[in-house]
Write a protein that binds this ligand. Structure first.
Ligand code: IMP
Ligand code: MG
Length: 181
């Protein structure tokens, strides 16, 4: 497979992504088999993962979307902005938040609190990637695809200034691409 010229190295290959989705889908299907699961995808990064993961889930489930932003380039601003709310009322729902990557944890801690305050029956987190090095809150994801090092990650939905979301693998962005920006 041809590797994008801005990618330093591949961390999770196409084949590994498939295995991760199968493993998580199986586990989620067992855990929610008697419930009505609502998958809430955090736009835009998690859409690629959501599309793969939901097709590995065999229990009843619905999907919804919300959009927040806390990033500017490669840096978190620490302030979460709500850009799009869910369509479904979270009241009484068993919600699994689907995220591309858990980094500082600021975004997910905020979203979890918002959904609990709105009386969701349960709120759990499924993060495709976990980057624990930079954690600033005590949030943990119940379901994690892969743990990644403290690098800037792109591909499989993850972007740098909106680029690279279409890469079918997860990779490290070359520093020279964003150094000094
Ligand atoms: P947190 O609030 O710092 O945990 O950041 C969560 C969001 O930041 C993720 O949903 C991503 O959209 C973005 N993010 C964090 N780390 C990276 C990265 O290495 N590459 C691309 N996006 C990232
Ligand atoms: Mg995101």
């Amino acid at each position: 497979m041809e590797i994008n010229k801005d990618v330093e190295k591949i961390l999770v290959s196409k084949e590994e992504i498939k295995e991760v989705c199968q493993r998580l889908g199986k586990q989620i299907s067992e855990d929610y088999k008697d419930k009505k699961l609502l998958l809430v995808s955090v736009l835009k990064g998690s859409v690629v993962f959501l599309a793969d993961l939901m097709r590995e889930i065999t229990c009843d489930c619905e999907i919804d979307f919300m959009a927040v932003s806390s990033y500017s380039g490669t840096k978190t601003t620490g302030v979460v902005k709500f850009k799009k709310d869910m369509d479904v009322d979270p009241d009484g729902q068993d919600i699994l938040i689907v995220e591309d990557i858990l980094d500082s944890g600021i975004t997910l801690s905020y979203l979890k609190k918002v959904l609990i305050d709105r009386n969701a029956a349960s709120v759990k987190v499924c993060a495709f990637l976990d980057k624990p090095a930079n954690r600033q809150t005590d949030i943990k994801a119940e379901y994690v695809g892969a743990v990644v090092p403290d690098e800037f990650i792109i591909g499989y939905g993850l972007d740098y200034n909106e680029k690279y979301r279409n890469l079918p693998y997860v990779g490290v962005l070359k520093r020279e691409v964003y150094a000094g920006k």
